[in-house]
Write a protein that binds this ligand. Sequence first.
Ligand SMILES: NC(=O)C1=CN([C@@H]2O[C@H](COP(=O)(O)OP(=O)(O)OC[C@H]3O[C@@H](n4cnc5c(N)ncnc54)[C@H](O)[C@@H]3O)[C@@H](O)[C@H]2O)C=CC1
Ligand SMILES: O=C(O)[C@@H](O)C(=O)[C@H](O)[C@@H](O)CO
Length: 312
Amino acid sequence: MADKRTVSIIGCGLVGQSWAVVFSTAKVKVRIYDNLPEKLEMGIESIRNKMLELEGKECLRGEISAQEAMKYIEPATTLEQCVKDSSYVQECVFEDFELKRKVFEEVEKYAPDTAILASSTGNIFASRLSDGLRMRDRLIVAHPLNPPHLVPLVEIIPAPWTNPDVVSEARSILQAAGQQPIVAKKETAGFIICRIQHTITAECFKLIKDDIISVADLDKLMPYGLGLRYAFLGALETSYLNANGMKHFCEMYAEPLYELQKQSGPPIKFEGETLDKIQDELEKQIPLCDIEKRRQWRDDRLAELSKLKNKK
Ligand SMILES: NC(=O)C1=CN([C@@H]2O[C@H](COP(=O)(O)OP(=O)(O)OC[C@H]3O[C@@H](n4cnc5c(N)ncnc54)[C@H](O)[C@@H]3O)[C@@H](O)[C@H]2O)C=CC1
Ligand SMILES: O=C(O)[C@@H](O)C(=O)[C@H](O)[C@@H](O)CO
């Protein structure tokens, strides 16, 4: 059944386009706006092509065709038009605090008082974005992974003053659209995704800096190792199943894993010779002129994996 709500997307770039695929294929009315009309026009075309391509591979999410999904998407020529009768606003502009703040100051002039205001930011606290806003108790971070239409996890991080009903309603809206929301109980640097994701990045940098392993071998760890299990199991459940439960796992490994943490060393800056080495090694595998092709290769496989994971 079509959802009666209207979702407003501000910013028709990579993530905004992907959010439009998420909601339109879930039969939710989408209004999308970009302050650059040409970006909006190109973005709508890109959304159409993305959905047609997925449909051609029998990987389009939802139950309707790409053509039918496109009917749920309405370009807005002004921000006011985009949000004026919105239930849920997903902001997807550049990762710039001042800009996002200005956007939300504009949004609250025109959005209904009942609208939920969500930022796609991966790093900026909702409390910074919403402090002093009239609708401050309705603003959350709803940070997706790239691209949201192929990677359904979304982390919802409220400000201390966010209305709890807003969090539960946002969770239901995202769930109904086929996403997998998780909720952080409080704000923490890096939220959940980046804290885990870039702890791994940092350990990779340390291993390369200490010349323990090559970039090529290290980058096999996820696709041929941990990533295979993590595609179906959480990190904690993985250990739970590796033993006869978590307590048994810790009986065996807690001590050495505690010592390991102590040896992990100080934080590492993603710069200098180590960064150069990683860049050079990866560029040999994936020349920058071919990066779009490789992203397509990634997305094709993510789409096939989604099909497998959604198999009943
Ligand atoms: N690219 C990624 O892998 C991910 C990005 N994000 C976050 O999503 C947000 C958007 O990122 P991308 O889509 O990658 O950026 P992008 O650069 O592809 O798109 C940003 C869009 O916002 C538009 N824009 C800028 N100012 C605007 C304004 N005042 N009003 C309306 N539109 C405006 C730009 O014209 C552009 O089309 C950022 O906060 C980013 O951190 C979150 C998860 C993953
Ligand atoms: O990996 C992802 O898709 C996301 O975690 C991001 O790219 C982050 O939002 C990034 O923009 C900041 O770490």
